[in-house]
Design a protein around this ligand. Structure first.
Ligand code: NI
Length: 181
């Protein structure tokens, strides 16, 4: 297991559309090891999720987990989720707004509106099909992570930059890291 290097804003790979993972690729030991490294990297850096382009692999793979997260105190927990080739559909018209940050966008937070409910389909790490509904906080994190596979970061989803704040100022001036309306 090893800690992977994070691509930071400005790295061209963060702006590319990621390639789908093939069944053949998925069976390789190197690929399975890469998934484990992504999980370890996410956990070590206190991320709520990590997408493969963030660690310099332009592949449709995301990992997500929320468990007593240090960078996002008060964030609701959800178990580890590994998703290959994810597709989000049935995005509800109802939107929720919350603070987002990103391991590729150092030291910044900003308010982003996301769909409150989504349908998710994709594959698990063994290429078994997965399909489920997600809402609230999990839906938000899923939208943030799958955006990385489309070459988007949360800044692209902000209505305007009036809430964009450095982390130190955020902790000084804003009440709660997870705030939904
Ligand atoms: Ni991110």
């Amino acid at each position: 297991m090893s800690l992977l290097k994070i691509a930071k804003l400005g790295s061209p790979i963060l702006r590319k559309t990621a390639e789908p993972v093939t069944s053949e690729e998925c069976q390789k030991i190197e690929f399975q090891r890469f998934i484990d490294d992504m999980i370890e990297t996410m956990e070590k850096l206190d991320g709520l999720g990590l997408a493969a382009p963030q660690v310099f692999q332009s592949k449709q793979l995301v990992v997500l987990k929320s468990q007593g997260n240090f960078r996002y105190p008060g964030a609701p927990d959800f178990p580890l989720l590994i998703l290959l080739n994810p597709k989000l559909t049935d995005l509800s018209d109802q939107m929720i707004e919350g603070w987002e940050g990103c391991l590729s966008v150092d030291n910044l937070r900003g308010k982003v509106k996301r769909h409150a409910k989504i349908k998710v389909s994709g594959f698990d790490r063994n290429m078994n099909p997965l399909s489920f509904d997600a809402e609230g906080f999990l839906a938000v994190v899923l939208q943030h992570e799958t955006d990385h596979l489309l070459g988007k970061v949360f800044l692209d989803r902000m209505d305007d930059f009036s809430t964009l704040t450095h982390l130190a100022e955020f902790e000084r001036h804003w009440i709660s890291p997870i705030e939904t309306v």
